[in-house]
Design a binder for this molecule. Structure first.
Ligand SMILES: Cc1cc2nc3c(=O)[nH]c(=O)nc-3n(C[C@H](O)[C@H](O)[C@H](O)COP(=O)(O)O)c2cc1C
Length: 313
């Protein structure tokens, strides 16, 4: 297929003072640093509303030892361990190579301490990145990550300190590995979050019965893909019960692979929908979902896709 042979229909929207070409956001860790799929014929970054870059720490990280990925029925478990070249490299060498006219780029920030989060936020605040996503929910690292997201006091502290140090839109990525995601959403909003990403991967493991060892060297990893969709939907619904009171948008994610999944997430309360694992199945999936979403709202005579958000009967 020739690039841009058939321009797809797209639904535009505005959140956090940014315009989104499409309600689709490509998720962190599944699309590298924004250029991963641009070499694929028929793929264009302009088919999506935003791209979350791979999780970035202050210093370069090599990530966990192999084996780091395992395919499960209807999903995958990963324990990459936040492999990335460090914030300065991303800002100095990667951001200048991205075409910001095509879509929004969102930095995904991880730290092992409040100070590390703040130091990275300050660096990106001085860059041309469109928004910041604060990951307090990575299940695959020994320090920080999901441990911070499951501790309300730490959540409040990280979000409020990040807020003090940036005027960019601040999106907090919540963990499903907690019993009260509504409380977590509340803490983030009280501390100044502009948006929520719901959900990160779900802690999981796999065992090789021949060697009787865990398949992943890290033992546990994060489960993603269609297997987690029903859990993700409930978490979005629960977070939305809080976020709707403050008009805080949610990027709903977890197992979305087609337009029907996307509509379900919007009905549960998502304003934007994230695609991660689906990109491994089909890198050309975004224009198809854009087309189907337009057909769905036209067929159902829905004036504005916003009318669907959280609009369950
Ligand atoms: C290989 C892989 C790497 C990931 N890396 C990150 C990351 O660096 N930061 C982050 O916030 N989420 C990361 N995630 C989680 C995804 O961004 C997303 O929240 C999750 O996979 C659920 O969506 P999905 O089922 O559509 O993949 C990663 C997921 C996968 C599969």
């Amino acid at each position: 297929m020739v690039k841009d042979e058939k321009p797809s229909n797209k639904i535009r929207s505005n959140y956090f003072g940014l315009t989104f070409n499409s309600p689709i956001i490509l998720l962190s860790g599944c699309v590298g640093f924004g250029d991963e799929y641009t070499r694929v014929d028929g793929y264009s970054n302009s088919d999506v509303g935003g791209i979350c870059l791979k999780g970035t720490t202050l210093d370069e990280r090599l990530g966990n030892n192999a084996q780091r990925i395992y395919e499960t029925s209807d999903g995958m478990i990963n324990a990459i361990g936040l492999q990335n070249p460090g914030a300065d490299y991303v800002i100095d060498n990667i951001l200048p190579s991205l075409n910001f006219n095509e879509t929004n780029f969102i930095a995904n920030i991880s730290g092992a301490s409040v100070d590390e989060y703040v130091a990275i936020v300050k660096k990106f605040d001085n860059s041309n990145i469109n928004a910041l996503e604060i990951n307090i929910s990575c299940p695959n690292v020994k320090e920080g990550g999901v441990h911070f997201g499951n501790d309300y006091e730490m959540t409040s502290k990280i979000v409020s300190e990040c807020r003090k140090n940036t005027k960019k839109p601040l999106i907090i990525k919540l963990s499903p590995n907690q019993s009260n995601i509504g409380m977590s959403a509340q803490k983030c909003i009280d501390a100044g979050a502009d948006g929520l990403s719901v959900i990160n991967t779900i802690s999981a493991m796999s065992i090789d019965i021949k060697s009787r060892k865990p398949v992943l060297d890290n033992i546990n990893g994060g489960l993603s893909g269609p297997a987690i969709k029903p859990i993700a939907l409930l978490k979005v619904f629960e977070a939305y019960q809080i976020s709707k009171k403050y008009n805080i948008p949610i990027i709903g994610q977890g197992g979305i692979i087609n337009y029907k999944d996307a509509i379900e997430f919007i009905l549960a309360g998502a304003s934007l929908v994230g695609l991660g694992t689906a990109m491994f199945y089909d890198p050309l999936i975004c224009p198809k979902i854009n087309d189907e979403l337009v057909k769905y709202i036209e067929f159902n005579e829905i004036k504005n896709i916003k009318d669907l958000i959280g609009n369950l009967n």
